[in-house]
Design a protein around this ligand. Structure first.
Ligand code: TXA
Ligand code: MG
Length: 332
């Protein structure tokens, strides 16, 4: 059930549901989350069940502000402190060592915990109200079934789950792709998932070089958003540069089987299609705008019943890292 977050009493009602151990669909600036009391094992178990997500995959815990970190983290290195100061509230998740005995289920029983302070005003209001009710943090993965495209509107969430699920409608997400994740447990910042906050911004804020997982020998932590195949629409996604896309299009065009609405093109270049038997969506030329609409476009094309989505490879620049990452996994 979708509830307008601006309606009187909506936030309080959602907070009480969370306090009672129920799930709530929550808007954040990145994507919508499926929230539960992070400190309550039975509530967290409902998230894994609803998503169909393996219970060993850790969830991100959302806190109202930086003071919420102490409840969940045992140790915050100086560089992580700088990142909190620079980017919270905002689309940055930090992996920190977990405080003993707290949120074990939410962390997938790992020794670490992912923490994020979202900037969306509805998420902020909900987290503050929850804190008043004795709930110090909300575990919230993206509100989609495991492996599927993340939701950026309340309607997307409603399409994924039971009609009883309480969903706070806070409008379309401004960022559109999930938070940047930095592992802070290995002595230096390690990028686990690219997002709107770039590696350069992280480096500038903390004065330390950001390492990539590949550069490290130690085994990678479990992170479902980092599985090779993820964020997948029903349609098959193919990534191609503009010339390849054009020549594949020329071949497909001459084939009789190119039926109406079976193929969609999502490209920054306004390619000469030479046919009206396919769907064309122009990708924004700015990374931020492209990120904002990416998941909604993939869902829209799925709903139109297309079988393939051919996407023009984004530019190989830091600003596009988040979009490139999601598209790469959608195509894997
Ligand atoms: O923007 C976001 O981060 C959204 C919104 C709702 O906040 N949340 C989100 O959650 O994307 P989820 O569960 O779909 O992705 C969380 C990612 C997963 O890849 C998970 O494995 C990783 O964070 N993660 C969480 N805790 C971790 C930990 N302790 N160690 C390593 N990775 C962790
Ligand atoms: Mg997810």
């Amino acid at each position: 059930m979708i509830l307008d977050a601006n309606e009187a009493g909506a936030i309080a009602r959602a907070a009480r549901a969370l306090q009672a151990g129920d799930l709530v669909g929550m808007p954040t600036e990145t994507v919508y989350g499926l929230a539960a009391d992070a400190t309550r094992e039975a509530a967290v178990a409902k998230i894994f069940a609803a998503k169909g997500r393996p219970s060993a995959h850790p969830l991100i815990v959302h806190v109202a502000d930086a003071s919420g970190v102490q409840a969940f983290a045992a140790d915050v290195p100086a560089f992580a402190q700088s990142l909190i100061q620079a980017f919270w509230p905002g689309p940055l998740t930090l992996i920190l060592s977990r405080r003993k005995g707290v949120a074990a289920a939410a962390s997938g029983q790992q020794d670490s915990i992912g923490l994020r302070c979202p900037s969306h005003p509805v998420a902020q209001a909900l987290l503050k109200e929850c804190r008043v009710l004795g709930v110090p943090g909300l575990a919230a993965p993206s509100a989609n079934r495991f492996g599927r495209v993340s939701p950026t509107t309340a309607a997307h969430v409603a399409a994924e789950f039971d009609p009883d699920l309480l969903i706070l409608d806070g409008g379309a997400c401004a960022v559109g792709i999930e938070s940047t994740i930095i592992d802070c447990t290995r002595g230096a910042p390690v990028l686990l998932r690219p997002g709107a906050i770039t590696v350069a911004q992280v480096q500038n804020a903390c004065g330390q070089a950001v390492l990539t997982q590949q550069a490290l020998d130690s085994p990678a932590p479990r992170a479902s958003g980092t599985l090779q195949s993820h964020y997948a629409p029903n349609a098959r996604v193919r990534l191609m540069d503009a010339p390849t896309l054009q020549s594949e299009l020329d071949i497909a065009k001459s084939e009789v089987q190119l039926g109406a609405s079976k193929l969609a093109i999502y490209a920054r270049s306004d390619l000469p299609l030479g046919t009206n038997k396919l769907i064309f969506r122009l990708m924004p030329s700015h990374a931020e705008a492209a990120a904002r609409e990416l998941f909604a476009v993939l869902r829209e094309l799925d709903n139109l019943g297309v079988e393939q989505i051919w996407v023009e490879t984004p530019p190989d620049t830091p600003a596009w890292a988040g979009v490139s990452d999601r598209l790469g996994r959608a195509a894997a």
